[in-house]
Design a protein around this ligand. Structure first.
Ligand SMILES: [Zn+2]
Length: 470
């Protein structure tokens, strides 16, 4: 509703409605002008007479008038000028205001009002993103607005006695959705970023597909991908924040699959499910390490140290010493100790007769000892070269009923299947229909608040794995 809400509700006197037509017609609300008192601050600082006064009157139609008045009303009838600009690399805010035309002394004095307050976090000032607006009257700086955060603008106005005062204006953000869909020419990462996604959305996409596809080897030029994610829009329709990925799809040579982010009502953690309600998550990870390359596969080979040909009972992943190694699935640590040629060794027992083992570790993660329960993705140790090893790598083994198996060709049991629970499956189907409607909607913002908060704002997997192939 109200474009911008100040922390301090409007305190201007209520006056009868007059002179709003112009404002109503040109409802180009200045992003920062939300509070009648704040706007009055700008307007009152002017020395102009009639037109300004009238605008000021309209302004104090608190609380509704504030959103109906635009500075353009004032611009039309007065020498007020508004100039905006974005922070450039290696530029200070003072520098930006000077570039917009402010005198150094004015820019410095205006920004000095923020000193000692916690209104502005300088780490959030980003070249190319942080925007400032400056208002000038007769060439003299009268007001400044700095976008301090997605939902916070700081309005600094010159007071009647030539001092400056700052007012935080909290924007009311509107939830929306953004969809990117493209052919992969170089990488999903490059294409998605170009279309408005950010690192986090691409990381979520990669996580959803981590069990299904090897991004380094199974993505081909011409493959298509789609990502639908949550966003927030400010009152001017600018997309100011990206959020959770609600849908991720790959339509490629190696795999055609789409995943919906969904939190079953009997669970607290969101997971990605395909259209049939099958979890993207597998019972075991094929690659319990990030960013590694397979340096030796399961099978018969000549051992590099002993020289004997024998069965290589696992898969080797070359990675730098210290790279975290994850529990491939939920289970209980059976062993975490030195084991001959295996060096520092962890073995985990899972359900259904599965066990996994991790060898040559440089060290164990804190708390990893027999009896410890782990969940998939927990760090259990770090890559090393202990035991009979020629260089840092993870040797990873999977056993089924005590027999070593090749995890890479193993058809692993899946994670949860929602069809096992008809009530939850029905819940999922309804949710899926909503997301599908968002996917086909056009324009932004799309179908605001179509999804309930409960379904879209789950904490989910907070730890995003680094991308294998950005
Ligand atoms: Zn090995």
């Amino acid at each position: 509703m109200s474009p911008y809400e100040t922390s301090d509700p409007v305190d201007a006197p209520v006056r009868p409605k007059t002179g709003l037509s112009q404002g109503l017609k040109s409802l180009i609300v200045l992003g920062i002008l939300g509070s009648a008192s704040a706007l009055a601050g700008i307007v009152m600082s002017g020395r102009t007479a009639a037109p300004f006064t009238e605008t000021a009157e309209a302004t104090v139609q608190a609380p509704l008038a504030a959103r109906l008045v635009t500075a353009w009303d004032a611009v039309d009838a007065s020498p007020v000028q508004r100039i905006e600009g974005k922070l450039e690399r290696n530029e200070t805010l003072t520098g930006l205001l000077m570039r917009l035309g402010a005198a150094q002394s004015d820019a410095g004095a205006a920004l000095h009002t923020l000193a000692g307050t916690d209104l502005l976090d300088s780490r959030r000032l980003l070249p190319g993103k942080t925007m400032a607006e400056a208002w000038f009257e007769n060439g003299q700086l009268t007001a400044v607005s700095v976008r301090a955060a997605a939902d916070l603008s700081l309005l600094i106005t010159r007071t009647a006695d030539d001092n400056w005062s700052a007012t935080p204006l909290y924007a009311k953000l509107t939830p929306g959705y953004h969809r990117v869909e493209a052919e992969i020419e170089t990488s999903i990462y490059a294409a998605a970023l170009e279309l408005g996604a950010e690192d986090q959305q691409v990381a979520d996409f990669a996580n959803a597909f981590a069990y299904d596809i090897d991004f380094q080897r199974e993505i081909y030029p011409g493959d298509r991908f789609e990502i639908l994610f949550e966003t927030a829009y400010d009152e001017r329709g600018n997309r100011v924040r990206n959020g959770e990925v609600l849908y991720a799809a790959l339509n490629g040579k190696a795999l055609k699959r789409g995943f919906y982010r969904f939190t079953p009502s009997d669970d607290t953690v969101a997971d990605y499910f395909d259209e049939n309600g099958e979890s993207a998550t597998k019972f075991l990870m094929k690659t319990p390490i990030n960013g590694a390359r397979i340096s030796s596969s399961f099978g018969k080979r000549k051992h590099p140290i002993s020289g004997y040909t024998r069965l290589h009972k696992g898969t080797d992943f070359a990675a730098p010493t210290g790279t975290p190694v994850y529990a491939a699935g939920n289970g209980t640590v059976e062993r975490a100790s030195r084991n001959g040629g295996y060096g520092n060794y962890v073995r985990i027992q899972h359900t259904r007769g599965y066990e996994t083992a991790y060898a040559h570790l440089s060290r164990y993660a804190t708390g990893i000892k027999p009896g410890k329960k782990v969940i998939q993705g927990d760090v259990i140790g770090y890559v090393g070269s202990t035991g009979a090893s020629t260089g840092p790598h993870l040797h990873y083994e999977v056993y089924v009923d005590n027999k070593p198996v090749n995890v890479m060709s193993l058809n692993l049991p899946n994670g949860r299947k929602l069809e096992d629970d008809p009530a939850i499956l029905a819940e999922f189907k309804a949710y899926k229909a909503t997301v599908d409607a968002l996917r086909t909607a056009r324009g932004e913002p799309v179908a605001q608040a179509a999804l309930s908060t409960a379904q879209t704002q789950q904490p989910g997997q907070s730890e995003a794995a680094p991308l294998q192939s950005p």
